[in-house]
Design a protein around this ligand. Structure first.
Ligand code: DCP
Ligand code: MG
Length: 419
């Protein structure tokens, strides 16, 4: 009953004193009676229910690709290894825990990784194997729930509020899942347990590797207050820098900032951060969350107009795109280049092929072809983006291998959570 009351309140636009009084009394009453709504935002803001009834688990495998390689090749065990191509422009997909103290990590150039760790063993990736392991992990998850949202090959959210074996405590399910992954797959996973996705995701990262961490509703606010802002989901290095400039270093600092201020600075992410600081994240665990496109984009510090510089950035963008495609096991048939010029004018160019686009060799030559269609001599480039789209829009596409111009919603490309 209180939940539905609260849902109604969410829709209220509070304009009169009477309404304010009514809402404030309801808030206090709800809070008093149920002790569940203590985190409701202040009156002047859109009210949101903080549903603490759900039981969410986030599972994230430890050093996934590297652990699979060490499992399958005993000679690699206990050694610093990096997965990726050992070529001039190779990039580290992931590093074993033995390599990490040297400062070797995902997305780093292999050249730098080898400089940091001269003993590093570079192992080429075997994606079909990782995909199979991922499938086996999902078989284990399905023993508990069918409400599973995969985030990448090695990561997923599970809603176990109503679970198949009827286990009361989510932490017991997480413990069982970890044990089954160890017994059957000979790999370790870390698990986070809480009442929403935001907190479960943070929890799984707390005690890596082989970790298990629960954030109980009664301790959530205390936990978030102490959390460093870099650890917040969706706070990447750039956002963290901006927050530092605003004097925000912890969750407690973030909670001090008004919704208006956060929205002014971070746009539509403002309310998200505002709610995260209060432990509020009512997004459901979404089954069959089928991605239609994946991409990445970069805004440059200085606008680019020299061909050499543009090509280098295009190459970097391709590398990053390929890493994302690998991580999420995603492939498609359409490649789209987005260019934003110094005057914020934006164009997109796309090409669609019969064969799938997945590797650097598939994508780089096409990206160069698309760039050749763009005249930037008198219009320096502010931003470059590339995306791969799964299915082609039959109405806008022309025949295979022909240029098409598409309006792709590039904002959809932003990576999720901590990726
Ligand atoms: N991956 C990738 N490129 C990246 C990041 C990751 O190809 N930039 C791949 C390799 C990882 C896998 O995705 O093994 C899972 O990514 P995670 O971020 O979960 O990293 P790991 O599982 O390797 O390590 P951790 O123990 O920190 O989760
Ligand atoms: Mg992982």
């Amino acid at each position: 009953m209180f939940m539905s009351q609260c849902a109604k309140l969410t829709k209220l636009t509070i304009t009169t004193k009477f309404q304010q009084y009514f809402v404030e009394s309801s808030r206090l009453l709800l809070s008093f009676l149920t002790n569940r709504f203590v985190l409701l935002p202040q009156l002047s803001l859109p009210l949101q229910c903080n549903n603490m009834e759900r039981k969410i688990i986030h599972i994230d495998m430890d050093a996934f690709f590297a652990s699979v390689e060490q499992r399958d090749n005993p000679e690699l065990r206990g050694k610093p290894i990096a997965i990726g191509a050992d070529v001039e422009r190779g990039v580290v997909a992931t590093a074993s825990y033995e390599a990490r103290p040297f400062g070797v990590h995902s997305a780093m150039s292999m050249r730098i990784a080898k400089r940091r760790c001269p003993e590093l063993i570079v192992v080429p990736g075997r994606y079909h194997v990782y995909k199979e392991v991922s499938r086996q992990m999902h078989d284990i998850f399905h023993e508990y729930t069918d409400i599973i949202e995969p985030i990448s090959l090695d990561e997923a959210f599970l809603d176990v509020t109503h679970n198949k074996p009827g286990i009361g405590l989510a932490v017991d399910i997480a413990r069982e899942i970890k044990a089954k992954i160890k017994d059957r797959l000979h790999l370790t996973a870390s698990a986070g347990v809480s009442y929403n996705k935001f907190l479960a995701k943070i929890a799984s990262d707390q005690r890596k590797p082989d970790g298990l961490c629960t954030i109980h509703p009664s301790r959530a606010q205390e936990f978030i207050d102490a959390l460093r802002i870099e650890k917040f989901w969706l706070v990447g290095p750039k956002t963290a820098q901006t927050m530092h400039r605003m004097g925000i270093f912890t969750g407690a600092d973030l909670r001090e900032v008004s919704l208006k201020h956060l929205t002014d600075v971070f746009g539509k992410m403002g309310p998200v951060f505002y709610n995260f600081a209060r432990g509020i994240d009512d997004r459901p665990v979404v089954v069959d969350h089928e991605r239609k496109s994946m991409g990445c984009e970069h805004t440059f510090e200085h606008d680019l107009y020299k061909r050499g510089a543009v090509l280098i950035e295009l190459n970097n963008t391709v590398n990053e795109l390929v890493r994302r495609l690998e991580k999420h096991d995603f492939e498609g048939h359409t490649l789209t280049l987005k260019v934003k010029f110094h005057d914020f004018r934006q164009i997109t160019r796309s090409i669609t092929l019969d064969n799938v686009l997945r590797t650097r060799d598939d994508i780089l030559p096409l990206a160069k072809q698309l760039l050749a269609q763009v005249d930037y001599r008198d219009h320096p480039i502010r931003l470059l983006g590339l995306s791969v789209t799964k299915s082609i829009n039959k109405e806008t596409s022309t025949t295979v291998n022909q240029w098409i111009e598409l309006e792709i919603p590039f904002t959809e490309w932003q990576e999720t959570p901590g990726e």
